[in-house]
Write a protein that binds this ligand. Structure first.
Ligand code: C2E
Ligand code: CA
Ligand code: CA
Ligand code: CA
Length: 277
């Protein structure tokens, strides 16, 4: 039994070492990613559910590491947050997204862009960073939305509220991402200057069969209506989900049913096609 216990602990130790080594390797590779030009942006179209009009897009970060191949943001964004690299990476995302939106606009392909902002980026410096990106690219602030997650509302509430008001004063939109997955109560919403709720795809997934999912989404839409907030559903994959969400008054949506996140050239083609209609 003793020998078995030792084997098992060696096994676990090796596993832990492997994952630590992997993490360290990813961390080192990520430190080079910006300089090596390994980061890029994809754009996922967002549609008005009632008539299918293309009304915006979400900017999603991609990393193709020379050493590790493609790595998803669910894996490297948390690492970037833990190591502080999210500051530089987030700055690059913001500037690149504003630049692309300004380029599209110059071609007559005006479209609002929504950029994900991690809770760690929410510092007083962010206001200047956003103002700087808009000024440098000459993008009208109304074409930029920042997507924040619920966790930001629970930390340092007074500072956060002040910061969000400053961001709003610049003219950018503020969306609450992954709504329903965190621990914030609905009461939080009233205290912060948010324009839009994004309903997490976890609730969309089982629609329309999943009774709990339906009830949660109906409740969220009701609250949003009372507070004057726009609503976007994410992860729409089936025509049934689309019809159900439209039927209960959700205004906007995105998901594989309409389009996957697209590289810039494909997104440009889509915008050109939408203009030609
Ligand atoms: P998110 O902000 O909730 O983004 C939506 C995710 O759902 C994206 O995953 C998107 O590709 C995926 N998705 C879209 N439609 C569907 C669908 O119909 N079905 C399914 N199953 N999935 C769908 P992605 O691109 O892997 O991004 C994952 C997360 O990484 C994002 O979740 C966001 O939290 C984070 N992230 C991505 N880009 C950035 C960024 O530039 N900055 C920060 N801070 N976080 C980012
Ligand atoms: Ca998002
Ligand atoms: Ca989301
Ligand atoms: Ca998410």
């Amino acid at each position: 039994a003793k020998a078995q216990g030792r084997n098992r602990s060696q096994f676990f130790t090796r596993e832990i070492n492997d994952s630590l080594a992997q993490r360290l390797q990813m961390e080192q590779a990520l430190r080079q990613a910006l300089a090596n030009d390994e980061l890029s942006l994809n754009y996922q179209p967002q549609y008005r559910l009632s008539d299918g009009a293309l009304i915006g897009c979400e900017v999603l970060l991609r990393w193709h590491s020379a050493e590790l191949g493609p790595v998803g943001p669910d894996r490297f964004v948390p690492l970037a947050e833990e190591t502080g690299m999210i500051g530089a990476i987030g700055h690059w995302v913001l500037r690149s997204a504003c630049l692309q939106a300004a380029l599209w606009r110059a071609q007559g392909l005006e479209i609002p862009v929504a950029v994900n902002v991690s809770a760690c980026q929410l510092t007083p410096g962010l206001v200047n960073e956003v103002a700087g990106a808009l000024a440098e690219t000459r993008l009208p602030a109304g074409l930029l939305t920042l997507e924040l997650t619920e966790t930001v509302l629970m930390q340092r509430q007074d500072e956060t509220r002040a910061l969000l008001h400053e961001l709003r004063a610049l003219g950018v939109g503020l969306a609450m991402d992954d709504f329903g997955t965190g621990y914030s109560s609905l009461a939080y919403l009233k205290r912060f200057p948010i324009d839009k709720l994004k309903i997490d795809r976890a609730f969309v997934h089982g629609l329309p069969a999943d009774g709990d999912g339906c009830a949660i989404i109906r409740a969220v839409l009701e609250v949003a209506r009372h507070l004057g907030l726009a609503t976007v559903a994410e992860g729409i994959e089936t025509p049934e989900q689309h019809a159900f969400l439209n039927g209960i008054g959700c205004e906007e949506g995105q998901g594989y049913l309409f389009a996957r996140p697209l590289p810039v050239d494909a997104m440009t083609d889509l915008l050109l096609a939408a203009r030609a209609q």
